[in-house]
Design a protein around this ligand. Structure first.
Ligand code: 13P
Length: 250
């Protein structure tokens, strides 16, 4: 049985005090998490204070990005050692906004994923096609390339800590959530690809859906066999909406 995950990606939102308030409201709203995990990914500046605020709660902490070296002359970057120091256990890698605006490539996603796992951080590796790619009928080719590239040199022993998030770019922040059929097709494709690469051990890898998830549409998505949870943007910025999504989980 794979445990579900609901992860909130706060993106470039919230000051430290706003982040602490939101994290505290989420912590106070969560009662029982025996079948799943809740993760929040505040901006870097708020990680330590949110970590302090979440102490004693089951809510896990994620960063939204990291660099693939422990230290050095890399102005502006943040290392896995630094993230672990704040209490992070997860890190989002290869979000489409990083691919689009910050030149993140399949190769750097792979280096970051490998480094995260070697450092004891669980990467949430994001993949997803653009609207143009879907319209051209190359969704599976794009997702296949992204997944294979991200997992280059990832051994079967490393799979335990791995999470994949399927986030169709056209669904992010648009209110255009993928239909259950569209999501199911791609989740099933990713699962089959993982099984082709890693065999039955790949059955344990969690695959999250992301893109305009709300408390109103999560139920029909989570009902799908290969959807193991959600990576939530906009709806994770208000405790009520985020807790509403968590409340719909099995
Ligand atoms: P929205 O939920 O705002 O569409 O964002 C999804 C996302 O990018 C999460 O990483």
């Amino acid at each position: 049985m794979r445990k579900w995950i609901v992860a909130g990606n706060w993106k470039m939102h919230n000051t430290i005090s706003e982040s602490v308030r939101l994290a505290t409201e989420i912590k106070e709203g969560i009662t029982d998490l025996k079948n799943g995990e809740v993760v929040v990914a505040p901006p870097f500046t708020a990680l330590q204070k949110v970590s302090d605020a979440l102490r004693g709660s089951p809510v896990a902490l994620a960063a939204q990005n990291m660099y693939f070296e422990n230290k050095g002359a890399y102005t502006g970057e943040v290392s896995p050692v630094m993230l672990k120091d704040t209490g992070c256990s997860y890190v989002i890698v290869g979000h489409s906004e990083r691919r689009k605006y910050f030149s993140e490539s399949d190769e750097t996603v792979n280096l970051k994923a490998l480094k995260a796992m070697a450092s004891g951080l669980k990467p949430i590796i994001c993949v997803g096609e653009t609207e143009a790619e879907r319209n051209k009928g190359i969704t599976e080719a794009v997702i296949g390339r992204q997944v294979r590239a991200a997992l280059a040199d990832v051994s079967v022993e490393m799979l335990a800590g791995l999470v994949i998030a399927y986030e169709p770019v056209w669904a992010i922040g648009t209110g255009k959530v993928a239909s259950p059929v569209q999501a199911e097709e791609v989740h099933d494709f990713i699962r089959r690809l993982l099984v082709e690469i890693y065999g039955c051990m790949a059955e344990d890898v969690r695959i999250l859906y992301g893109g305009s998830v709300t408390e109103d549409n999560i139920a029909e998505l989570i009902a799908i066999e290969d959807i193991d949870g959600a990576l939530v943007g906009g709806a994770s910025l208000q405790a009520g909406g985020f807790l509403g999504i968590i409340g719909k989980m099995p």
